[in-house]
Write a protein that binds this ligand. Sequence first.
Ligand SMILES: [Ca+2]
Ligand SMILES: [Ca+2]
Ligand SMILES: [Ca+2]
Length: 281
Amino acid sequence: MELYRDRVTLVIGGSASLFPNWRYGMNRKINHLALAALFILPAVAPAIDVEVRITNLSPMDGTFLTPMWFGFHNGNFDLFSDGGSASMGLERIAEDGDAMPLASEFMASGFGSIGGLLNGVGPIVPGATTSKTVSLDLMDMKSHYFTFASMVIPSNDAFIGNENSQAHRIISDANVFVGADFVVLGSRVRDAGTEVNDEIPANTAFLGQMSPNTGVDENGVVHFHPGFIPGGNILTAFPGADFTRPDYQVARISVKAVPEPTSLVALGLGALAVLRRRVNL
Ligand SMILES: [Ca+2]
Ligand SMILES: [Ca+2]
Ligand SMILES: [Ca+2]
């Protein structure tokens, strides 16, 4: 019984203070066995911490971005389709930068469970970087694809986001983290097709609009944004916001692994292998 009790104590506790240093002979052998058992425990949760990051690459008098929404899913969460109507969630983020309805649609879809918002306070100004770290389960298919959305401001209903739900696979078929790192060009800015691009300040978020969902209904479909009106209110106030200029870069977005040393203590050597793989990514 004593042998059994000692081994259980050591494996579960895993603390050096539990090793009785006044025992010799058979008991010391038992302790060594228990120590070996501690380090061959499997890493029970193949979790990985990933940092989602966005940098606004537009010039200083260029486009701002509303706090970026992101979600991890199984490849089936379709944010929008060119030529298709915007969902209510997409309309709200494209017209007002309000990501909450989209987050609700995402959770209700059942295709993913981990999502978030980058910079939940104010807009992401030109040159600024903001990030958030979340924990993903490598074995969970609902973590394998990445989707993002953010309103381009000022505008009536301009936004960036991935049209192809499987454009950004960040965990491979073999459950290996591969991440993502890409630049969103101005030529990829979309118009949600929900609000007429009149650029009237009272209708235009970040220009003079005072309350959500203010503007003239467009009753259209999602399409590539034609650009702001030459000499119009937006380009007059933000001369660098003409994202139709050649090679205009709106944002850089990345999803990268971050090491978490504390997991080594929690999981033993099984976690050390995972940790090394994270560092070498
Ligand atoms: Ca529009
Ligand atoms: Ca509006
Ligand atoms: Ca509307």
